[in-house]
Design a protein around this ligand. Sequence first.
Ligand code: ADP
Length: 594
Amino acid sequence: MDFSRLTLSSTLADLSTYNFEVPGETLGQTVADQFETHAKLPGVIISDQGQISGAFSRQKFLERVGRPFGVEVYLRRPIKIMLQSIEDRPLQLPSSTPIHQAAQVALNRPSTSIYEPIIVMFPSHLRGLLDVYTLLQAQSHLLTLGYQVEQNRRQFAEALQKTGRALSGTLKLQEVTERVLAELASVVHHERGAVLLQTDDRLEIISQRGFPDDERVAEPFVSVGTSRHDVYQRMMRTLQPVLLRDVLAEPNWAHFDWLPLHRSWLGVPLIAQEHAIGMISLTREPANAFTADDASLVLAFAGQAAIALENARLYEHIIQFNDQLEKMVAQRTEELNKAYTILEKLDRTKTDFIKVAAHELRTPLTVVKGYTQVLSITPAIKEDEGTSTMLEGIVSGMNRLHQIVNGMLDVAKIDADNLEVYPEPVRMEQLIDRIYQKFEADLETRQLTLEQEASLAALPVIQADPELLQKVFYSLIINAIKYTPDGGKITVSGKAVTGEGEGTPPAVEVTVSDTGIGIDAEHHELIFEKFYQTGELALHSSGFTKFKGSGPGLGLAIARGIVEAHSGKVWVESPGYNEESCPGSQFHVWLPVA
Ligand code: ADP
């Protein structure tokens, strides 16, 4: 019997059965004859007008014939006697019974012989005869088949899992497609394979295996046909694999003459977000080489590959986008650099102008100053009160102008990195004291107090240029005076600090605090730029130490330049600007001791 046609769902109907007529009068002899001519006949059923009345297995029949009088009783008597001596209840099963179930029933039945017949009942009045042996053989074939199916399933699941792992390990499109093809080789046998992805109306071959070494393989595009018969169009429409058993039978099949002819073709769509994004194409040389099972396997495989491919594609977009961004940033940086160079040039021009202007102003200033000095000792002027008061005004204006010109020269030096520092031991307390003396009269007029905390005296002697440092604290104190309303208080304090970071030499921090109008946080850095002021311009050149009488905006720029030339730092802290509540400001100067 040929079991190869059986599948796991086969029934008794799939097993061929014996069936023949036995005349009633000569039953015994006929049965014996039948057993002799049909070596494989498992037994007989005895039926009477469509009704089954009994059955003999070959073994039982021969056994009984062999007994004393067996021949007499079983071969020479009419059917009636024979029927009486039958003890067997034949096993009757409908033809739709699955083979494995039938085998189970047959095995559970107490019996001495596996040749025992089974009556298979077909939906019509037909009956067939089957033996247990054949049934068990079929059953064993199915068990092997089941094992193989199970084995294949496991192998495929393993391959899928492996592919999943391999695919999640990379985001490079090329690598992903190559791995897809490599893993696919262990799932479905094929001779040529390719992964194609769709861009616009073209399919691009991203990876291929088994193609001949031909330069035309390098032309990686295949255009998508518009015809409904185009295989890719068909796949896009149905999202199902297309299996061509023989491409020669396909009227629309486009074959490249440089490619060896492969007659079987299997195309499986790569589906991402319910759309075909490309396909896997496999070929084999003979016709009819791929099965529907192969198509299902590749489809399951393609499902996983498509996700990885889509991820890789998205990743590639991100990379491209990133490149674009980087280019844009580089372009902007270049533009900024250009603008910066221009600004730098402008700033240099400004510094040059300050320098030239200051120098040019200084000469006539010195001349005017000389003459006013001569005038001040001229008796006619000394004796006239009105004229000498006017002269005093001229002198003080000259001094102010001189100071401004000097400031301009300092700024020019700082900008050009030309500030020369001559360090010598400096006592902060003495330095502040000298400045205090300069402002004593102004402080009194403005009813301001300037307190020097005892902590100043306790500071270590530092190495610094006293003349330059004087300018720093002069600016800080004069600003404190200018931006503190009458009756306010200015405090100068100091503390010895260790340098920043471990092992750095010690330093001092001197703080000038006031109870003035304060500074908004947004200006904390900007006020150290030259010519920067927060106040209203109209007030600028009003009085020297008057409330809010600001200068040209150079004081803090010079202060920072000098402090930095001493490897120090200067910064401001203030809760904000408010002329009513006067939150005050604190200017800190940090200077290394040596
Ligand atoms: P200016 O010659 O205008 O005083 P500065 O460089 O000394 O120039 O100061 C810059 C600006 O910083 C000033 O115009 C003022 O607005 C602000 N400023 C400086 N010191 C103080 C302070 N103690 N309190 C409030 N504002 C201040």
